[in-house]
Design a protein around this ligand. Structure first.
Ligand code: PEP
Ligand code: MG
Length: 852
């Protein structure tokens, strides 16, 4: 098809690209075409074709014609910065569309107010084959569907480029500093620069590789700020080409307009140098007769006696090469639709508001993710099979998450693998075989995926031990909500446990005992049964307020990470919330939540707690909780940099909006406010000044407690001084331990030594309580040690009167405290302070309360 009419995708006034206030489009850097100043709000297909790119911000889309031309439609100028607000896509990458079909709807009023311009370029991007734009309509009004221009394909001979001279390959890595990633305009600049050299230049991001001369191919990399890109070039001017392109990528300027005034986002650290547990070794299975003990990290506390049931991951084999792009595209579309339907059905079956439902919702989002579809489509176009392409797209995302070096993100790779497996299964067309578990099965797996766990009968599972896995992975969270004791990171030795072996899983001590002696088994079984009965009794009593045996009131409240945690917390006897980690509202977004959005959420949480106290911690961003839109400057040591309250003071508009949102919650006294990571007196003063300003603005006169977290040694050491200005203290033992012991809390190599019961940490807690008492302030603990039942009496003995724990720990914490007087607690606290190591403290507590 040498010539093709391209229709207007929008009604409006057509102008030449040269008149645009954007040097990239005006300079035809991305390609030739026209621009339309729209008078309607739906972008339509200008010809038949396949959607090959839908930008994650939903403002731009590329359609490939049957002849291989790429038509890029870009709604407005600089609209990538809206991060998707105001755009509703109606198509997905890989979808075949007909002329006139709706592609994207947009909110004209919103764009008119927030975008630089509504004028929308429609251009033929420079690809591997050349096309000429002819007979273009200019300087008049069109309605959608009118002919806009004619596309003429150049002959192969005319487009054949001279082969560059062979030469040595030049390569270098560069960190992408363009804040909004390699989107249309920077990709255009880079490709134009690449076309100025004879060398063939490729840019690779993990396993994806793009031809640097093709803007569409570069966009298809999905490269984000902070990604490490590898440039390779071969040809006579390879070295100069690589230098020039690397400079463009590393300088971080947007293609037009002034460079952003803020600093470039931090470079992404290379993946954590955590050795992946080796693939299970084929070492001989353990034999009956000799007890073997493996150790792991407890993820869900509890003990179980049962029968080993190794769960082998079912591998779905995929062919690399497909039966042609059209067939493979169709297969992938069908598999995605099936997976979507299955997930929706599973979501429908999971209890409303349950964590399981939320996890499945996240999986549904992956199945519907346009970037994944786009990446898979690119591989299919290159001749790969649907399964291979989908797997590759997922692997790339897994690399991205791992590359962030953030545990929370790395643990989400399980979910991606799970979605990968689900879609591959759908592609294979085979139904999954049902697994029949023995009674009291202790599941053993290299790693378990959330959907695998969801399909097994929970009542038959006594425990779970995983060779890999993370303490906060979704599968651990699901196991926690099902009450299944779970050990993670047991290592490759787990593969040596044979099916049917009797095992004792102790997710308190962190051990898996294989082939224990018969006597031990009997003893352990009795103790597990007694423990089960004990926890049932503890749960029955959990709804009473907590008082020591001498009547001293100790509040036992819950840590909440969001609204969804409330039902579980109340069911376990939480007397309120001692720490609402407000980050949940700020994560996974492209801009900060507005005051109104925050207010509505806090109000719902306050209502959900039915009048119980609610302590909202202001945003604790930075370090392991990065929010790209905050544009925090690059730091060598982010844990020691701009984080916690420092971020709020650095960007006071954020803190102000959060204070306003909290102060507007009704009834007025229910919420208290807590500032994270206070290290200096000046920080409380600055935050309080802002708080008082906001109170005056709102005419808020009711008393509201403004407290601080004590999680930096300086705060504990200066507790008397700080107590004069803070209404209460809550000890963040996770960070306090990290900073006291100088051990990174996300470094798995130090996980075993990072212990909040270390006497050094206990002494800091004692100092905090002592300082608080001078000004009659109350002290709580909301870090991890508040959820260790045996630690509760020690903390109370040091002067703590509020414990904010995970929901699961509340019944046991209350039960232990109820049997003790304040005097008992003080005695054990003094003994703990006198120990010389965390291990010794644990020993002391285990001897004192062996059952707890
Ligand atoms: C802590 O540091 O103990 C704490 C509760 O805060 P986070 O774990 O959210 O940093
Ligand atoms: Mg903390």
């Amino acid at each position: 098809m040498p010539e093709q009419a391209i229709k207007a995708p929008l009604a409006g006034w057509v102008t030449p690209l040269s008149e645009l206030e954007d040097p990239v489009f005006a300079g035809l850097v991305l390609g030739d075409g026209v621009a339309i100043d729209p008078v309607e709000s739906t972008l339509r297909a200008p010809c038949d074709g396949i959607v090959t790119m839908l930008h994650r911000a939903h403002h731009a889309l590329t359609l490939r014609t049957a002849d291989g031309a790429d038509i890029l439609m870009h709604i407005g100028l600089d609209t990538v910065a809206l991060g998707g607000t105001g755009f509703t896509p109606h198509v997905a990458v890989g979808q075949q569309v007909r002329t006139g079909e709706a592609l994207i709807s947009f909110d004209v009023a919103l764009l008119a107010g927030r975008a630089k311009s509504l004028v929308s370029p429609v251009i033929v991007t420079a690809g591997d084959r050349s096309f000429t734009v002819a007979d273009r309509v200019l300087g008049r009004e069109v309605t959608a569907g009118d002919i806009l221009f004619t596309l003429i394909a150049a002959t192969a001979a005319a487009t054949a480029a001279p082969a560059p001279e062979a030469g040595a390959q030049v390569a270098r890595d560069v960190v992408l500093r363009i804040p909004t990633g390699l989107h249309a305009r920077p990709a255009g600049i880079v490709s134009a620069a690449a076309r100025g050299y004879q060398a063939e230049i490729a840019i690779a991001l993990r396993d994806a590789r793009a031809n640097a001369r093709s803007a569409v191919s570069l966009m298809g990399l999905g490269a984000q700020a902070g990604d490490i890109l590898t440039l390779t070039a071969r040809g006579p001017d390879a070295a100069a080409a690589v230098e020039a392109i690397a400079t463009l990528l590393a300088e971080g300027h947007e293609a037009s307009g002034p460079a952003p005034s803020h600093a470039a986002p931090p470079a992404v650290a290379p993946p954590l140098a955590v050795p992946e547990p080796p693939v299970p070794s084929p070492a001989a299975p353990f034999e009956p007769g000799t007890e073997q003990a493996l150790s792991g990290v407890p993820a869900v506390p509890g003990r179980a006696v049962g029968t080993a049931f190794p769960l082998r991951a079912e591998r779905v084999e995929v062919e690399e090469h497909g039966a042609g792009p059209d067939t493979e595209r169709q297969r992938l579309r069908q598999a995605l639709t099936k997976s979507q339907g299955d997930l929706q059905a599973e979501i429908g079956r999971s209890p409303a508001g349950s964590q399981q439902g939320e996890i499945l919702q996240a999986h549904l989002a992956f199945v519907e993710d346009p970037d994944l579809a786009e990446a898979a489509d690119a591989a299919i176009t290159a001749g790969k099979s649907a399964g291979f392409a989908w797997n590759g797209a997922i692997d790339r995302q897994i690399d991205v998450l791992r590359g962030l070096g953030i545990d929370r993100m790395a643990e989400r790779t399980d979910d991606l693998r799970d979605v990968s497996r689900r879609v591959l299964q759908a592609l294979s067309g085979k139904a999954q075989e049902a697994i029949v578990l023995p009674p009291r099965a202790v599941l053993l797996a290299d790693d378990l995926l959330p959907s695998q766990l969801a399909t097994l009968p929970a009542t038959d599972i006594a425990g779970i031990a995983l060779a890999r896995g993370g303490r906060t992975s979704h599968v651990a969270i699901m196991a926690g909500s099902l009450g299944i004791p779970t050990l993670v990171a047991v290592g490759p030795g787990l593969a040596r446990v044979p099916e049917g072996a009797p095992v004792i899983l102790d997710a308190e001590a962190g051990t898996l005992r294989v082939f224990p002696a018969a006597g031990t088994l009997v003893q352990m079984e009795a103790s597990v049964t007694a423990a089960r009965e004990r926890s049932a009794a503890q749960l029955r009593a959990a709804h009473e307020d907590c008082r020591l045996a001498d009547g001293t009131r100790i509040e036992v409240v819950a840590n909440l990470g969001g609204e969804a945690d409330i039902p579980e917390a109340l069911a376990r006897g939480a007397e309120g919330c001692g720490l609402l980690r407000s980050e949940f509202l700020f994560l996974d977004r492209v801009t900060a939540p507005s005051e109104d959005v925050q207010h509505a959420t806090y109000q719902r949480i306050a209502d959900g707690l039915q009048g119980r106290p609610l302590i909202i911690r202001t945003l604790d961003a930075g370090a392991d909780k990065q929010l790209p839109y905050l544009d925090l400057p690059h730091e060598e040591n982010p844990a020691l940099g701009l984080r916690g309250v420092r971020v709020g003071l650095w960007r006071p508009e954020l803190l102000r909006a959060q204070f306003r949102a909290i102060l507007r919650v009704r009834p007025p006294g229910q919420c208290r406010i807590m500032l994270p990571m206070i290290a200096l007196l000046e920080e409380i003063r600055a935050a309080r000044a802002l708080f008082e300003e906001v109170r005056q603005e709102l005419g808020h006169t009711d008393p509201v407690q403004l407290g601080i977290m004590v999680e930096v040694p300086s705060a504990a050491l200066m507790a008397t001084t700080l107590a004069a200005e803070a209404d209460f203290f809550s000890i963040g033992s996770n960070d306090l331990t990290q900073y006291a012991l100088a051990m990174d809390r996300v470094n798995p190599l130090l996980a075993r030594q990072l212990d909040g019961l270390h006497p050094a940490v206990l002494r800091l807690i004692a100092m905090t309580c002592e300082g608080a008492s001078r000004h009659a302030r109350w002290v709580g603990v909301c870090g991890g040690i508040a959820s260790v039942p045996r630690a509760a009496p020690v903390l109370v003995g040091l002067g703590v009167t509020e414990l904010s724990a995970t929901a699961a720990a509340i019944p046991a914490v209350k039960a232990l405290l109820r049997g003790l007087t304040r005097e008992d607690c003080v005695r054990v606290a003094q003994q703990a302070l006198a120990q010389d190591s965390a291990e010794a403290v644990h020993r002391l507590l285990a001897q004192t309360w062996p059952e707890a």
